[in-house]
Design a protein around this ligand. Structure first.
Ligand code: NI
Length: 138
């Protein structure tokens, strides 16, 4: 960790009150950690803008496994991209629905393409790519 720097921020008091309420609701006990997390969030988002940046993330999928060939299609896609998919967790939510969470890694463009292909597969009820960071450089 680098040396700690202190900054002063001028902010409208109404806006600050709303911010304090927001961060209290989210469990922050001080503003500094909330500000640091906001900055890190923007830096992580920015890191995904370059298609060849090395990134990690998760893809969450909810689908009905009774939809014809859907399970096979999703598995085929994952095998096609086995180098980018590090791990998959499958949970049987109820009689019909499955939840899968995939941990993905690789170049941002490739990861986004794989996530898009999985999420847009017919029969997937909900899907989301969550972008995060390897933590290096933050
Ligand atoms: Ni299942």
């Amino acid at each position: 960790m680098s040396e700690l720097a202190r900054i002063g921020v001028a902010i409208d008091s109404d806006l600050l009150a709303k911010f304090d309420q927001l961060i209290a609701d989210r469990g922050y006990t001080n503003r500094s950690e909330a500000f640091r997390d906001l900055i890190r969030e923007e830096l992580v988002e920015k890191s995904w803008e370059s298609v060849d940046a090395e990134v990690v993330g998760t893809v969450t999928l909810v689908y009905d496994h009774h939809v014809r060939m859907l399970g096979e299609k999703l598995t085929d896609l994952q095998h096609d991209h086995h180098k980018n998919i590090l791990s998959t967790i499958h949970v049987h939510l109820d009689h019909d629905n499955c939840l899968e969470v995939l941990i993905v890694k690789g170049q941002a463009g490739a990861v986004q393409k794989i996530a898009g292909a999985l999420i847009s597969t017919k029969g997937v009820k909900h899907g989301r790519l969550t972008i995060t960071t390897t933590g290096a450089g933050l």
